[in-house]
Design a protein around this ligand. Structure first.
Ligand code: ZN
Length: 219
C-alpha cells in the first residue's frame, strides 16, 4: 500500500521523499532497496526505470536542494542519498539483484546451498581447463617469438562468447524462477533452484575475470 505525504497529502512513490512538495522523511530501518527507490519488487526490471528513480530521488536529496532544510532533515537526506545510490548500484546489476531479491525471501538459502548443476559444472571445468592450457601455451610461445597472438585472441573471444551466452541463459531462467517464487513465496524448491542459478552465474563471473587476466598476459 502506498503511503501519502504528511505535508501535502499526495501519494508517496518512495518513503524517502515526496516528489510533489519535496519533503524529506526518515524511512523505516528495514526499508528494502526496491521500496527505497519506489519500484516493484521483481527480478525483471527495466534499468532505465531504476536510473530514472535514482535521478529523481537524487535531486530531492541533493545537498544543494536540502540546504533549505533543517539540520535534521539534511542528515536524513545525506543518509537516504547513500541508500538510493547503494540500491541503484545493486539493482542495476543482474547478478547482484538476483542475490539481493533472493535474500529478501530467505536470507540463508544462498549461504546454505553450495550446489550448482552437474551438467553446468562439468562444462565449466572443461572451459577452465581450456583456458589454463591456452595460458600455458601462450607463455611457451612468447619466448620463442611465435606470432600466435591472433590465434590466442580468437580462442579467448570464443570463451567470452560462451560466458556471455551462459550468463544470458541464466538471467532468463532467473526471470522465470522469480516469477514463480513471487506466486509461491515459501517454495523451498524454487529458492534452491534460484540459489543454484546464482552460484552458476558466480562461476561465470570469475571465469570472465580469468579471461581478462589472461588477455592482459597475452596482449
Ligand atoms: Zn508532499
Amino acid at each position: 500500500m502506498m503511503a501519502s505525504c504528511e505535508n501535502c497529502g499526495k501519494s508517496l512513490v518512495s518513503p524517502l521523499a515526496c516528489e510533489s512538495c519535496g519533503s524529506i522523511f526518515l524511512p523505516a530501518e528495514d526499508v528494502d532497496y526496491f521500496e527505497a527507490l519506489g519500484i516493484k519488487r521483481e527480478y525483471s526490471l527495466c534499468k532505465d526505470e531504476i536510473e530514472d528513480r535514482q535521478r529523481k530521488l537524487g535531486m530531492l536529496l541533493h545537498p544543494d536542494f536540502a540546504m533549505k532544510k533543517t539540520p535534521f532533515e539534511q542528515r536524513i537526506a545525506q543518509r537516504s542519498s547513500a541508500l538510493v545510490n547503494d540500491a541503484a548500484t545493486t539493482l542495476k546489476d543482474d547478478l547482484e539483484r538476483a542475490k539481493y531479491l533472493l535474500s529478501l525471501y530467505d536470507d540463508e538459502v544462498l549461504q546454505a546451498s553450495k550446489e550448482t548443476f552437474g551438467g553446468f559444472l562439468a562444462e565449466m571445468l572443461d572451459r577452465r581447463e581450456e583456458l589454463g592450457e591456452l595460458r600455458f601455451s601462450a607463455a611457451e610461445a612468447k619466448p620463442a617469438g611465435h606470432e600466435k597472438s591472433k590465434e590466442f585472441q580468437l580462442a579467448l573471444e570464443k570463451m567470452e562468447t560462451w560466458a556471455t551466452s551462459e550468463a544470458q541463459r541464466i538471467r532468463i531462467e532467473l526471470e522465470s524462477l522469480f516469477e514463480k517464487l513471487h506466486l509461491n513465496p515459501s517454495s523451498a524448491e524454487l529458492k534452491d533452484l534460484i540459489a543454484r542459478q546464482i552460484r552458476s552465474w558466480s562461476y561465470i563471473e570469475s571465469f570472465n575475470h580469468e579471461i581478462m587476466a589472461t588477455r592482459r598476459t597475452i596482449g
